[in-house]
Design a protein around this ligand. Structure first.
Ligand code: ADP
Length: 237
């Protein structure tokens, strides 16, 4: 049994299983990386770093980075490696990342993976890569039912996580929208980018002896998938 400390809220502190770790959540668009990240944040108390959210934030602010990447993101293509590498390097240096952090959607290319591994070496952090494997047809069905609240960013899904009133955010009553890059032709482009540039990283992680946890995320509720992640994390590395 591995040592871990559990607070009254049921939260396992980062001094336990993920102490000082960099968790890399890895999987195709629609595999539930964002949802599982939120569970990990709640359970282990370490922050989520979503490069997708950071980039969308720049676009929303219409700053120089946002203007430079807007067209690529809307088309479902990846943005340049140097840009995301710099964003992540800056973000992980923040004090809230002291006890560990969760990378959601990074790295996505071989170049990003190599830069990250060097960075983790400098920071003296071990990584745990969690690969969420999902069947292609399920991904298409999931993404087409996805809606987001334009105000608070909460994600809903008509089949797996419906809002109480269809089309309306439970939290603030705002009408839900389809995320720009969830449109069908853009989803196809995102899946292609994943197949060509990101999926080959599984081999890279294997070849370089990184700890890789494989979880079948095709079936079951998000909570069930999270249960499988916890189970794997508790096994000795
Ligand atoms: P998903 O995983 O569902 O595609 P994300 O929010 O993670 O959603 O990413 C949305 C978009 O943000 C991607 O299609 C890409 O344009 C951009 N993006 C996010 N992370 C990266 C990254 N690490 N490298 C390059 N582009 C990225």
């Amino acid at each position: 049994m591995l040592a871990r400390t559990t607070s009254v809220t049921g939260q396992t502190s980062a001094s336990g299983l993920l102490a000082n770790k960099a968790v890399v959540l890895f999987g195709p668009p629609g595999s539930g990386k964002g949802t599982q990240s939120k569970f990990l944040v709640a359970h282990f108390g370490i922050p989520q770093i979503s490069t997708g959210d950071m980039l969308r934030d720049h676009i929303a602010r219409r700053d120089a980075i946002g203007l430079a990447i807007e067209a690529r993101m809307k088309a479902g293509s990846l943005v340049p490696d140097e840009l995301v590498n710099d964003l992540v390097r800056e973000r992980v240096a923040q004090p809230d990342c002291r006890d560990g952090f969760i990378l959601d959607g990074y790295p996505r290319t071989r170049q990003q993976a190599e830069v990250l591994m060097r960075l983790l070496g400098e920071l003296k952090r071990a990584e745990v890569v969690i690969h969420l494997a999902v069947d292609y047809n399920i991904i298409i069905a999931r993404i087409s039912g996805r809606r987001v609240c334009p105000k608070c960013g909460t994600l809903y899904n008509s089949s797996t996580r419906p809002s109480r009133i269809p089309g309306i955010c439970d939290l603030d009553g705002v009408s839900l929208v389809v995320r720009e890059d969830d449109r069908e032709e853009v989803v196809r482009e995102r899946l292609e980018a994943y197949e060509e540039q990101t999926r080959p990283l599984i081999e890279y992680f294997r070849e370089t002896g990184r700890r890789l946890i494989e979880v079948d995320a095709s079936e079951g509720s998000p909570e069930t998938v999270f249960g499988k992640i916890l189970e794997q994390l508790q096994k000795p590395a």
